[in-house]
Ligand binder design. Structure first.
Ligand SMILES: C[S@@+](CC[C@H](N)C(=O)[O-])C[C@H]1O[C@@H](n2cnc3c(N)ncnc32)[C@H](O)[C@@H]1O
Length: 382
């Protein structure tokens, strides 16, 4: 399906399992011809739409612009296909670029070879036109190209995001095992939280879920902290459109001052780090973080709260033997002190989640990096 004239095709990628949440977000942004696919969502639009997508999508990893699609059964076909693209909108001869590749069920199955061939085609196009060529920069290129090969066809994509969108720009402290901001946002969306009930993360670590919760509830754009995306470095970039969209994203919403967003962690280092993150995000007036054991938290009477959390899962080998007891104690805390609440618990071990001993209200299979995870949802009985 080709987009109407003046419009282009974009593919928004996401971590496996987040597609339904991303599709809802893309539709809410009114991006046209949106279609859920494995690994992300396709839409049709202008580069200005891509700017909005980068600024506003909470669960997206990257927004890719589709440059071309062509047969690539062998190295020559691949080379010729890349040469059909006019790169001058995206890259000057003094710019830098990088190429990545993925190949599935193809005769060209050597991904390093594919990146090399694509790189040669781009370099040759510039050398022929300008007598010189852009150089390769793997860390911070002005243009990142990705060649996606499937069944002997290549889709060539340009990264409009310039790195993963989970890097929002507010994080100062990492902690031991931070969730990606995109996954934290998805857990909140999946939990069914309405953005008005109190939100608690009793194992808050670096505070990712808390910050994403405040941004979501306040209608604030997750990209408001970034002044740079991949497309802002392109020669054909519309700086005025970016300035306008970015100013609108920064002005939109406000920190929800009356909302209760409460975090807790037993590590003093995590609490200090999470507070630093919250401060950098400008959300100190909304988010409160306490130091202490998760099971000693005392929710106020009458709170019909949501607990969205990611308890320890044995990031360090030595911690693992204590985990069943911790999950049992946390289950007991939920039953005794959180009757009527909803809990969404992200875990990577079904056995440990079973230790919570709570009746399941469904859940989602997700990925935390390479780790298979389940976001288990519970309605705590009254
Ligand atoms: C997987 S990490 C959470 C990461 C967090 N979601 C983030 O994005 O940074 C688990 C956290 O639980 C904390 N923790 C472990 N046992 C605890 C307990 N009994 N009570 C409170 N916090 C605990 C650890 O210090 C760690 O920060």
């Amino acid at each position: 399906m080709n987009p109407p004239q003046g419009r282009e095709t974009f593919f928004v990628s996401c971590s496996p399992g987040l597609e339904p949440f991303l599709l809802r977000e893309v539709r809410a942004l009114r991006l046209s011809r949106s279609e859920g696919q494995q690994g992300g969502v396709q839409f049709s639009g202008t580069l200005r739409d891509a700017i909005r997508a980068n600024l506003w999508l909470r669960t997206a990893s990257r927004v890719w612009l589709r440059l071309a699609r062509f047969p690539a059964a062998d190295a020559d076909e691949l080379y010729r296909g890349v040469r059909t693209v006019d790169f001058s909108r995206f890259l000057g001869p003094d710019g830098t670029f990088s190429v990545t590749a993925r190949s599935r069920r193809c005769r060209l199955d050597h991904e390093v070879f594919v990146t090399q061939r694509v790189k040669d085609a781009v370099a040759d196009a510039f050398r022929e036109k300008h007598g010189r060529r852009p150089s390769v920069d793997l860390d911070d290129p002005s243009l990142h190209l990705h060649a996606h090969l499937l069944e002997d066809r290549c889709t060539l994509l340009a990264d409009t995001s310039g790195g993963s969108l989970h890097l929002r720009g507010w994080r100062r402290f990492q902690g031991r095992a931070p969730l990606k901001e995109t996954l934290a946002a998805a857990c909140l969306l999946a939990s069914g939280w309405d953005g008005r009930a109190p939100l608690i993360d009793p194992f808050c670590g670096s505070g990712t879920i808390l910050v994403e919760a405040a941004l979501l509830a306040g209608g604030m754009a997750p990209g408001r902290y970034r002044d740079r995306f991949g497309l802002t470095g392109w020669p054909g970039h519309d700086a005025a459109a970016f300035a306008a969209e970015s100013a609108a994203a920064r002005a939109a919403g406000r920190a929800p001052a009356k909302l209760v967003v409460l975090g807790r962690d037993r590590s003093a280092e995590s609490v200090a780090g999470a507070r630093q993150n919250v401060e950098a995000a400008g959300l100190s007036g909304v988010i409160r973080i306490e130091e202490g054991d998760a099971t000693e938290l005392t929710p106020r009477k009458g709170w019909n709260a949501w607990i969205v959390t990611n308890p320890p899962y044995g990031e360090r080998l030595g911690d693992r033997r204590d985990l069943p007891a911790l999950y049992r104690a946390f289950g007991g805390f939920l039953r005794e002190k959180c009757a009527g609440f909803t809990a969404a618990v992200l875990g990577s071990d079904e056995g440990l989640l079973g230790e919570l001993a709570l009746p399941s209200a469904g859940g989602y299979d997700l990925k935390n990096g390479d780790l298979d995870c389940r976001l288990a949802i519970y309605r705590i009985p009254r």
